[in-house]
Every structure is written in C-alpha cells, then in structure tokens.
Design a protein around this ligand. Structure first.
Ligand code: TYM
Length: 331
C-alpha cells in the first residue's frame, strides 16, 4: 500500500476550520487505503517560544482532536514527533544537504520572521522546512496531505530526496503533495483575501473547532460578503461568498453548483444561517468527543506511545540506511 505522512502543530488551543478542511479531514479519509502516519509536531512548535505547560496540554488536545475527527489508532500510526528521535537526527543530515540560499527562499519563514521583528527569529524557525523534509523522507511517504501553504515545503522535500538519491544512490521515495484543490485554502471570514490562520491578528474571521458553537455560528452570520445580492461562486469579485460556498460544499458533501441552484432568489442571510447550522451540527459532537478523549489522559498517552513505536520501527530503518550510505562507521 502507498504510504502517507502528515503533521500538525500543537500551537493553539483548537484546530481551525482551515486545518480541518485542508488537512485533517483528508487524513481520516486516507487511513483505509494508505499506510498512514500522522503526527503532532512538537519539535516544530518550539521554533517559536512556547510555555512548557501550555505546549504539553496543546499536544494532547491536538491528539484528542485527531481522534475525535476519526483517526483510528488501529488503522494509522498516530504519534508525537519528539517521541521519535530519528526526526531530529535525519533533520541534521538534511540540513547539510540544503543550500543556505535555498533555505533563504522559503516564503513561510520570511512571513513568520517578519512578524517577529528583525533578528528575533530563531535559527530553528529558519531550518523548520528542513526538519519537515526529514519528517516526510523518514517514512518513505508517497503522498503528503496538506493545505496549499505547505506546497513550497513539499517541493523542498522532493528536491532533497532527489539530491540525496543522486549523490548516494536510491534511498528515498520522492514524495508528492496531496492537495485537494477545493479545500486547499480556506479564507478568513472577515478578510477573504487572507488564509484562515490560527495566528490571525483578529479572531473574528477564525472558526476554532473547539470554540463555543454559538460563537462560531455568530462569526459565520457576520462573515464579510459583498454589496451584490446574488449567491454565485466567483472568487475574484465575490471572495467572501465563494469562501462560504466552499466551506458549505465541503461540510455538506455537495457540489457548489448544486448550492448555487438551491439559493437562487435567496439572500446572503439565508446562506449564512444554514451554514451556521451545519457548522454547529458538525462540530458540537466533535467538541464532545475531543473532551472525552482528553478526560482519560492515561489512555490517550497509551495510544500515542503505541503510535510512536510503530513510527519508530520505520524511521529507525530509514535512518540506519542513510547513515550507512553517508559513510558513518556502524555502532
Ligand atoms: P500547520 O500546523 O500550520 O497546519 C496543519 C495543516 O492545516 C493546513 N491548513 C490549511 N488548509 C486549508 N486552509 C487553511 N486556511 C489552512 N490553514 C492550515 C496546513 O496546510 C497543514 O496541512 N509545517 C506544517 C506541519 C508539518 C508537516 C510535516 C506537514 C510538520 N512536518 C510533515 C506535512 C508533513 C504546519 O505548520 O502545519
């Protein structure tokens, strides 16, 4: 079976609707047909300062949300990145294969470091994409299900896999991004020109899956639209309405064309009201399931320990082969 690997950062108290539609939902769908590895990337989280107790809590909250979304530890390996030391080890090897200029071209670093002010960003934030390359290549992943914002990091993974293979002989599978176009970039409800993000300046356009359902319903009812009246998908002139249609289509498992038909002659208020109900129906039980998984911390940690063992078996094998190819004397 082809293999998939993906990761999510434990840097917020809740996943966003963007995380869910762009990534997590696809992870759940893929666990039956692929040999699947999914992780909470705590090593990546510390590229910016984290409070220790908060990081520990958020790592478990992230894992609980992944289980609540439908990941099944019998059908995938669900683990925490720091439980598998090979990630950091292969990360070093990959950093020695990456050009300084090549790393400097990563746009996500440029955006994130600009926010922190000049010189304040850590070296870890700079090498972040190289660790991500190691994450992917360790598992010989064929596909990496992510949102659009990860595309450049996936290209780096492909480049470094090919570079290593060219230099030392075929060792790594060259991974392909698995990006579902319709949900690859969910936009902020108040600023539909920008990606919905957990680090958004204002929370007004952000749907957090674990927030009070009433708060989320209100945010949807207050979403920015336009001064026309027609419910029509047109991302250039109607980005707000188009974003709502995308979300509705994805959660309701319907086509956008079908929704456009249904709302002929109806107003934006009708669309928002119905979508708010759909979001409430979908995520109220999700929130409850997440709380149940969090209530039994012993069981949650046991699931992660088991996932970590499965992951380590694969990762250790790849790293041993890499060390051998590079010319390290065996231990
Ligand atoms: P992170 O934690 O920022 O986001 C997790 C996933 O959610 C997707 N995403 C979105 N998709 C659509 N619309 C949005 N508005 C939206 N916001 C977020 C992201 O694309 C991502 O797939 N670098 C990664 C974590 C990572 C990783 C990996 C991913 C570390 N190692 C190895 C894949 C493979 C990140 O920061 O994701």
């Amino acid at each position: 079976r082809p293999r998939v690997l993906s990761g999510i950062q434990p840097t917020a108290d809740s996943f966003t609707l963007g995380n869910y539609l762009g990534a997590v939902r696809n992870w759940v769908a893929m666990q039956d047909d692929y040999d699947a590895f999914y992780m909470v990337v705590d090593l990546h989280a510390i590229t910016v300062e984290q409070d220790p107790a908060t990081l520990r809590r958020r790592t478990r909250v992230a894992a609980a949300q992944l289980l609540a979304a439908g990941l099944d530890p019998q059908r995938c390996a669900l683990f925490v990145q720091s439980h598998v030391p090979e990630h950091a080890q292969l990360g070093w090897v990959m950093s020695c294969l990456t050009g300084f200029g090549e790393a400097s071209r990563m746009t996500q670093f440029k955006d994130k470091s600009a926010k922190q002010g000049s010189g304040a960003a850590s070296v870890g934030l700079f090498t972040y994409p190289i660790l991500q390359v190691a994450d992917i290549l360790l598992y010989q992943a064929n596909y990496v299900p992510v949102g659009e914002d990860q595309r450049q990091h996936l290209e780096l993974s492909r480049d470094l896999a090919q570079r290593f293979n060219g230099r030392y002989g075929k060792t790594f599978t060259v991974p392909e991004p698995y990006i579902v176009k319709d949900t690859a970039k969910i936009m902020d409800l108040q600023d539909p020109g920008a990606k919905m993000s957990k680090s958004a300046e204002s929370p007004a356009g952000l749907i957090e899956l674990l927030a009070d359902p009433k708060v989320n319903a209100k945010k949807i009812r207050s979403a920015v639209t336009d001064t026309e009246r027609e419910i029509r998908f047109d991302e250039v002139s109607k980005p707000g309405v188009s974003n709502l249609l995308r979300i509705y289509a994805a959660l309701g498992e319907r086509s956008i064309a079908d929704l456009e038909q249904e709302y002929v002659g109806k107003g934006y208020g009708d669309l928002k009201k119905d979508l708010a109900e759909l979001v409430t129906e979908t995520f109220t039980p999700f929130k409850e399931r997440t709380e149940q998984f969090l209530a039994d911390e012993g069981k949650l940690d046991a699931i992660l320990a088991e996932g970590g063992e499965k992951a380590r078996a694969v990762a250790a094998k790849t790293l041993a082969e890499v060390y051998e190819r590079i010319g390290f004397v065996p231990r």
